[in-house]
Ligand binder design. Structure first.
Ligand code: F6R
Length: 367
């Protein structure tokens, strides 16, 4: 049932070229320059009028929401707020009929997310669900939605469900931008093409980088703390990389926006601290390079996810994990893959049960 892999987690990481393609199939129609998402059509008027979009989720799904905030604000020019479901439900949020809520959940059964949605729905908000498990509670309570097609995810740590969520959120953003007229035809075509190419770029990482990532995992398997840093579109990926490492290896890890480092976390840096940079090429690239140099100057070890051919960044980092060049808007689906593999192999080298980390449940149906 593990299809020849040692663990479900590894199998699910390797399934991603297929599950991402499955989540795009029949929806991204490039020759017609069109995105077919009937769930978006169903609430199109609400989306056009919405004062803001509120994204509600927990854990890894919340990280997908953060990526979506950057993309939807950039492409659709609408205000987006991303909320931890547990916080949103217990405070007294201001919700009106002009609000559209996007709920993101793999299981569709997360108690905090479900209750937050019930409350918001009672106050008149429109609920759009991005859910993996068909017919689950969150799918049923939503007014409209769009399933991710990741297939069953058995490993407790979310991997293929996350990249499927990102694929669907990118389709959502592109479609809404087109409907609202906030994207040029040229940019729409460009991003559609980039999205279409993601499965083969993920495949490239799985074919070419695994041995290298294994060696890096072995080298850092005894670390006590690891910092993950990124800027812009790469910032949520830093958070997700840190969460994955915590869950799977029990190593303390924190994700930060790279520029926040100097406001506190830099005090942690010494020659024992590995710092993982999500540093694929984007508009902030020079800034992230100078952040790397700040870590090096304090003798920290720099591990970086870098774009193929970016010799400059590769020469600064102690260890590199390469990804094919990709547009910064689409990059989060790709740059997380080496970080999933890094966590997996560190967990394996530490002799841990990577499919069932201690204290964790696949679906958190209690608050
Ligand atoms: C992390 C992980 C959890 C879930 C969170 C939300 O690897 O799996 O953080 O993402 O419990 O679960 P869903 O998406 O089912 O609502």
């Amino acid at each position: 049932e593990k299809g020849g892999f040692d663990h479900f987690m590894l199998k699910e990481i390797f399934e991603q070229p297929i599950t991402i393609a499955d989540s795009l199939r029949g929806r991204l129609v490039i020759p017609e320059s069109k995105i077919i998402l009937s769930g978006v059509d169903a609430i199109q008027d609400k989306l056009m009028q919405a004062r803001r979009i509120i994204i509600v989720a927990c854990g890894t799904s919340w990280h997908a929401g953060l990526v979506a905030e950057y993309i939807i604000e950039e492409l659709c020019r609408v205000n987006v707020e991303v909320e931890y479901a547990s916080e949103f439900r217990y405070r007294n949020p201001i919700i009106s009929e002009d609000d559209v809520i996007i709920a993101i959940s793999q299981s569709g059964e997360t108690a905090d997310t479900l209750v937050a949605l019930e409350r918001a729905k009672a106050q008149g908000a429109t609920i759009f669900g991005i859910v993996n498990v068909v017919g689950s509670s969150i799918a049923r309570i939503s007014h409209a939605g769009c399933y991710t097609h990741a297939g069953p995810e058995i490993g407790v740590a979310s991997t293929k469900a996350y990249t499927a969520q990102l694929a669907v959120l990118m389709l959502f953003a592109l479609k809404l931008a087109k409907v609202k007229g906030t994207i040029s035809e040229e940019r729409f075509q460009e991003l559609s093409k980039e999205l279409q190419e993601v499965p083969e770029k993920v495949e490239w990482v799985l074919k070419n980088e695994v041995d290298n990532i294994k060696a890096i995992a072995y080298k850092y398997k005894d670390a006590h703390d690891v910092l993950y840093l990124g800027r812009g579109y790469n910032f949520p990926t830093a958070l997700e990389g840190a969460l994955k490492l915590k869950e799977i290896s029990y190593i303390h890890a924190e994700g930060y926006p790279a520029a926040e480092m100097k406001h506190g976390p830099i005090a942690l840096v010494d020659d024992t601290l590995p710092v993982v940079f999500v540093a694929s090429k984007d508009a902030y690239h020079e800034k992230i390079i100078s952040n790397m140099q700040e870590i090096k100057a304090r003798k920290g070890k720099v591990i970086a996810v870098v774009s193929q051919g970016d010799d400059m960044t590769q020469s600064i980092a102690d260890d590199i994990m390469q990804v094919p060049a990709i547009d910064e808007v689409i990059a989060p689906i790709l740059t997380v893959v080496p970080l999933q593999l890094l966590s997996y192999y560190i967990g394996v080298y530490r002799g841990l049960d990577v499919d069932k980390p201690r204290n964790l449940a696949k679906s958190v149906t209690v608050e």
